[in-house]
Design a protein around this ligand. Structure first.
Ligand SMILES: [Zn+2]
Length: 333
């Protein structure tokens, strides 16, 4: 095996220096508009002596906005004296996707959350994944990756952890999720975990929490408030910031198997019969898909495959065959 190549990305910040630094991860990217150009990914490091490190990321997908908004505000306001240890803030992790307002990168169509562990000599998206995997994750004890539904999905606001083989690690993740204290808390069974940032962070033994805080390609005052408060409480839980963790009621959800997912088998016009947060029974009609090629046809009915709470839905008015129409989660407590 050949030696692993160095990352082409260079950081303008010094991760070992005390104080607040705002800089960039510079990723050389030669193109028509800039022969010797670079993708400049904003990064903030706030450090004050020794202590734990939190890595806070948004914009893993470029059309999800609670993370970018909350982390931009945090980067602009968190002072070094507020911190014991280190906070690394990456508000727009897949920066080309974020600037384009798309889930994946317009440069290479790369889905960053399917690109881990990445490649130093791969596509732009793979280079970002490789840098985060080999240079940022090893610095971190606590990792928070803020997602929401993007343009095509809408979610009940939840923080999430995965079911892990290491039960000690799982309970540390669970405690951090409880500190984030979103209105809902989810134990996720990932259907397709290969290449995810989550998997990279969890296999490196980190305390990892992700979220889905809304969706539809925008953010609301309510969903941003959940992110702001969650990030602060996550930092208090990590022992990095002082403060009190206020614990509001959170509904614990579970997605125990693939019966939670309802997939559309038709192209058409979507009619949801319930909104997010509705309690639904197994076999209850939750949506109809109407034929858009002619009038006068009966719609196709879609039924819940289990009883539970409507936790996610397809957001746009039109739906395609193979799209996730809804997610019905189990209420645990
Ligand atoms: Zn996402």
């Amino acid at each position: 095996m050949s030696a692993v190549k160095p990352s082409p990305i260079s950081a303008s910040v010094d991760f070992e220096r005390d104080g607040v630094q705002h800089g960039f991860l510079k990723l050389p990217y030669s193109r028509d508009e800039a022969a010797w150009g670079a993708v400049m990914i904003p990064i903030t490091v706030i450090r004050n002596g020794h202590g734990p490190t939190a890595l806070l990321t948004g914009g893993n997908h470029g059309d999800e906005y609670e993370g970018p908004v909350a982390l931009t505000k945090l980067a602009a306001t968190l002072a070094a004296e507020d911190v014991r240890g280190r906070v690394i803030v990456l508000p727009f992790m897949n920066y080309p996707a974020f600037r384009a307002g798309t889930r994946t990168s317009p440069i290479d169509r790369g889905n960053l959350n399917r690109s881990f562990p990445g490649k130093p000599d791969g596509t732009v998206t793979e280079k970002i994944a490789d840098y985060v995997e080999r240079h940022l994750l090893p610095l971190a004890d606590f990792v928070l990756d803020i997602h929401s539904g993007g343009k095509t999905l809408d979610f009940l606001p939840f923080a999430a952890i995965h079911v892990l083989d290491d039960k000690d690690q799982e309970s540390r993740c669970e405690a951090a999720m409880q500190a984030f204290n979103a209105p809902y808390s989810m134990r996720l069974l990932e259907l397709d975990s290969v290449g995810m940032f989550d998997t990279a962070a969890e296999s490196a033994g980190k305390v990892f929490v992700s979220t889905e805080l809304g969706g539809g390609g925008s953010a609301t005052a309510k969903s941003i408030a959940i992110a702001d408060r969650g990030v602060r409480q996550f930092l208090v839980h990590a022992g990095i910031c002082d403060g009190r963790i206020e614990r509001r009621e959170t509904v614990v959800l579970d997605m125990p198997d693939s019966d939670c997912y309802v997939t559309s088998l038709h192209d058409g016009l979507l009619e949801m019969c319930h909104d997010l947060g509705a309690r639904v029974d197994k076999d209850e009609v939750i949506a109809r898909v109407h034929d858009v090629t002619r009038s006068g046809e009966a719609p196709i009915e879609y039924r819940a495959r289990r009883s539970g709470i409507l936790a996610a839905r397809h957001f746009p008015g039109l739906i395609g065959r193979g799209d996730t129409l809804a997610v019905v989660a189990e209420i645990v407590g």
